[in-house]
Design a protein around this ligand. Sequence first.
Ligand code: EPZ
Length: 430
Amino acid sequence: MDKIKIIGGNPLFGKVFISGAKNTALPIICASLLTDEPVTIQNIPFLSDIKSLNALLLQLGTQIEAKSEQRNGHLTQTITYYTQQPTSLIAPYDFVRKMRASYYVLGPLLTKYGHVELSLPGGCAIGARPMDIHLSSLEQMGAQIEIKNGYVVADIKGRLQGAHITFHSASVGATCNILMAAALAEGTTVIENAAKEPEISDLINMLNKMGANIEGANTSTLTIYGVEKLHGTTHEIINDRIEAGSYAVAAAITHGRVELVNAPAQYLQAPLDILRKCGAKVEIIDNGFTVDAQNATLYGQDIYTDYYPGFPTDLQAQFMALMCVAEGAAMVTESIWENRFMHVPELMRMGANINVHGHASAIVRGVKKLSAAPVMSTDLRASFALILAGLVADGETTVNRVYHLDRGYEHLEEKFKAIGADIERIKIPD
Ligand code: EPZ
């Protein structure tokens, strides 16, 4: 259980290279299970969530070959996945417990091999995280599904059948799973109220390159004309909008100037608008954007998280850290997850003034200064928010449970050090 130590006070200056998107890589890696030919995926970030998913695919019988290469100015991973014939159709509890996105094997294995046993992931720190949409949609497509001993056991006779499905929430995970399942179904599937996140559009691009026939990318109605077979391909995944947004806040909160190289500004309209309204200068440049808050007075702004293109829930904690030291008050409302304010008590231990109303809203009143403290986080984005608070706190902050950060932020200390942060990992021997 390593820790991160930060000494606050340094404004950040320089360049951060943004990595491939974790939340795109995870479904796209699982899409490789839809073909018995090799699939090569470029721009995969070096993250523990990727290692966990690779471990699951290895135990399903996938051959995996990884190489590191320089792309777009920094080191990235290219990985080839080759599942000629799976040796298992079971995603065991130990894998799914570690990384809930393991559930992306459900759609591909069921549609291609007719059977899958997936441990139910259960809830986590940010909410109950049900899978009802994934399961009821597959049932509408003709799957027989049973819950047995904590596992989803799903079977089909022949092929899944195209269906007209309306989601009750625009779930990212269910959209990915049903897209993959429907790609090899018999007939046409229509998904209404599908998620529109850029990660979905990237998955659609990749599936179409594999021979799928999917229309409606970037809209909430997707039409999937099922095909009999998909083939191998090479695909470069998009860059991580949430990582870019997180470092953008780091530039603003420290009153520095940072260039986010390879950052997909086009997917960050809502958060960049908030940064501008706060008083930071945000400039779109070729292949990225800059955030400049030198000499700026930052003012609190209200935030309401919503489905894309609304403000992303995965940036709520980081922006809340910014509001803690901005002038005036800001109302932060979380509409996606029912329990995503776990960072609030930790920020308050550092001197933040936050009042939580029910589960969904918090009023943040800006304070002049935060004070350093040992803090503990419960999830990936909350951990980054605590680092942001540490960057502007008086003295030395230690953030515990660094494994959360390793799941989703590639080379975090290196990236922060390169822009002048006083940050260090303290290795705790096992
Ligand atoms: C994805 O989670 C992301 N994870 C999350 O990022 C992100 O917060 C979330 O989308 C929302 O943008 C990955 O991509 C791996 P959902 P996912 O299904 O797919 C309800 C991070 O920090 N719902 O879109 O699990 C659900 O309860 C992570 O990187 C159902 O009711 O989220 C929630 O309220 C955390 N039934 C809403 O939909 C279902 O069957 C959105 O969930 C599925 C979801």
